[in-house]
Design a binder for this molecule. Structure first.
Ligand code: MG
Length: 171
């Protein structure tokens, strides 16, 4: 068995209500990406990729369990090919590296830190998305949500963060 931990944080920016929080001025989908699912709201993460903090934390947790470095080393945010890239690619790449070392996921536990919107209505599909991505039964994935109690950058709605812990076993 191996255990890995990951965390991430991104700044948040408001999306114009003119575009309904679903597409930007160029018609590109926006809103918040969490666990590979889109949470439609008037906020988006400022990022080189799609800004999915939960998947970035999961990627680092998987790489951590495999003693294989970190997401920044694998996918530099200075690289053009990573611009706007879906973060599911990062998780899949981390899983491939882990698999090459004989490791497969056992379970994932994660926390998203976000003042608003409330994530409870979205948790079912976020958990299902992560379970599918990791090749796990849905009861082996658990994502929790915490507000920042109006304190600090999370609480002021300026940032979203995530922590993830993944257990992996030798297949
Ligand atoms: Mg990130």
């Amino acid at each position: 068995m191996r255990i890995g931990q990951g965390s991430d944080l991104h700044r948040l920016t408001e999306i114009s209500v003119l575009f309904g929080g679903e597409t930007d001025i160029n018609g590109k989908p926006c809103g918040l990406w969490l666990g590979g699912e889109q949470v439609f709201c008037q906020l988006k993460a400022v990022a080189h990729s799609d800004g999915d903090v939960l998947l970035h934390a999961c990627t680092d947790a998987i790489l951590g369990a495999a003693a294989a470095g970190d997401i920044g080393r694998l996918f530099p945010d200075t690289a053009n090919e990573n611009r706007g890239r879906p973060s599911v690619d990062f998780v899949r790449a981390a899983l491939k590296i882990a698999r090459e070392k004989g490791l497969v996921p056992v379970n994932l536990d994660a926390t998203v830190h976000l003042q608003r919107p409330k994530l409870a209505p979205h948790m079912g599909r976020i958990n299902a998305s992560l379970a599918k991505l990791l090749g796990l039964p849905v009861d082996c994935v658990n994502v929790k949500a915490k507000t920042g109690e109006d304190l600090g950058d999370i609480g002021q709605g300026l940032a979203v963060a995530a922590d993830a812990v993944v257990l992996m076993r030798f297949a």
